[in-house]
Design a protein around this ligand. Sequence first.
Ligand SMILES: O=C(O)CCC(=O)C(=O)O
Length: 263
Amino acid sequence: MISAKQVADFQRDGVVKVEGIFTDWVDLMAAGVARNLANPSEYASENDVAEGRFFDDYCNWTRIPEFEQISRKSPTAELAATVMQSNTAQLYHDHVLVKDAGTPTPTPWHQDSPYYFVTGEQTVSMWMPLDPVQDASLRFIAGSHKWDRMVRPVSWSDDSDFYEGEHDWTPVPDPDKDPADMKVLEWPMNPGDAVLFDYRTVHGARGNLGKTSRRALSLRWLGDDARYIVRPGRTSPPFPGHEMTAGQRLREDWFPVIWDKTK
Ligand SMILES: O=C(O)CCC(=O)C(=O)O
């Protein structure tokens, strides 16, 4: 499903593109995204954009059957375990991101990791577009998953600090200003393709100035070494009432292990 070279690219760069692996699943994903748009959860956000629309919502797989089916039955879990070099793949959450045509708002450069209550070397976010994307696809800073310090997490709506107080973050980078220091990886994508990236890989996206909407479903996976970590405030997603403690594997009744090579 993925070559040894692609796994090595992921390990080295923190991201890899896989083509055509979800072609048979695109219609089901699109049906799930349509259901989600029609029935947003309490976490849905319009991200305060001045022009166009940038909708996102997450943690809906227990109420959107298409997302549960894709998580359990499509190749995502096995692919996640393979690229993470993990025996297991545990579902963290689903995430829908829809940037309508004519939405100039960029997605800020960020890592997923500091927003999450998860630490570990074996994690992967899998972003799967449902429309062809050119300039508005995700962009990644190669090798940033190995940076010593995490990037300051910001609110997507207004760029303010995501957590209160002083913390040892590194400033949000701007690879377009410092192209000599940072290599950006980005690819045009088609429905059925996916980009797989480590939670620590810095990524962002341009606005969508194309003629079609840019719908995407992302599934976030945890590997063998992923553990709960306390962050300095409410995380995103927050998972209220989780009752986990630092160092613990994420509870399997909320975060199911969907792939286990040892069984
Ligand atoms: O779709 C976007 O613009 C951002 C997606 C993203 O940041 C993610 O999937 O982690």
